[in-house]
Design a protein around this ligand. Structure first.
Ligand code: B12
Length: 174
């Protein structure tokens, strides 16, 4: 914002290309990216006058994404690191293309001691408690998610399992 457009041309073009190829599917993410593509701040949306509004906005995905029963399953190792530093590793076979949330539900259903709770938010479900331990924002803590050592850039519902991997869920302070 306020920079010369040319300085951000590569980023703008990357966003446009991603937008056209439907990379953004989280409504919150889309709502944040759209003003930037118009070189407006998120705050500018507030003063926008919506002309020619045809009331066709559909908030639910038009074609619901259905995870079809997949022939192939992938082994996901799930490591939970509690605030004490104690780590437990579990294993679950999840259908290829399923969300991390679905993989965690499957693991919970195996009754091997893994449990979790989530809270709804505008970005989707937020992982709030694992194995009975809360990571409270009031204590400046959260359950940090990573895959093979790389922090996830999406939450549990948006992140899809495409390869076998180790997911680490770590009670972290910030
Ligand atoms: C601050 C912040 C956090 C803080 C929030 C705590 C706090 N007290 O401020 C903490 C550190 C907890 C956090 C965690 C995560 N975050 Co964050 N976070 C942000 C950030 C920078 C600002 C949010 C904010 O304050 N908004 C303003 C307030 C007024 O609005 P709000 O709706 O009330 O904000 C709440 C939500 O945003 C929620 N929240 C924050 N992050 C996330 C992520 C997910 C998946 C969900 C469901 C909710 C959520 O916490 C906020 C405070 O309650 C945004 C950036 C952005 N562009 O929005 C990223 C952002 C939302 N986070 C993101 C991610 C990926 C995560 C993590 C998954 C990271 C990880 N690898 O673990 C985790 C969530 C894991 C889990 N337990 O489910 C992404 C989401 C992208 C996507 N496509 O889904 C964003 C957009 C950053 C980015 N560009 O990558 N985050």
């Amino acid at each position: 914002m306020g920079s010369q457009v040319a300085e951000c041309a590569a980023s703008m073009e990357a966003m446009r290309t991603d937008a056209r190829s439907n990379t953004y599917h989280n409504p919150m993410g889309i709502s944040q990216i759209l003003p930037a593509l118009q070189q407006k701040s998120y705050l500018a949306v507030k003063s926008k006058e919506c002309l020619n509004e045809d009331d066709t906005l559909v908030l639910e995905p038009i074609d619901p994404v259905v995870v079809l029963p997949s022939e192939s399953t992938l082994t996901v190792m799930v490591e939970v690191v509690a605030s004490s530093g104690a780590a437990v590793v579990y294993s679950v076979d999840a259908p290829k293309g399923s969300s991390l949330l679905e993989a965690l539900e499957l693991l919970k259903g195996k009754n091997v001691g893994f449990t979790f709770e989530k809270e709804s938010s505008l970005w989707g479900p937020f992982l709030s408690a694992v194995n009975g331990e809360q990571a409270r924002q009031s204590d400046r803590r959260y359950w940090h998610l990573s895959s093979d050592g790389t922090a996830l850039s999406q939450g549990v519902n948006d992140f899809k399992i495409e390869v076998a991997q180790k997911i680490t869920i770590k009670n972290t302070s910030y």
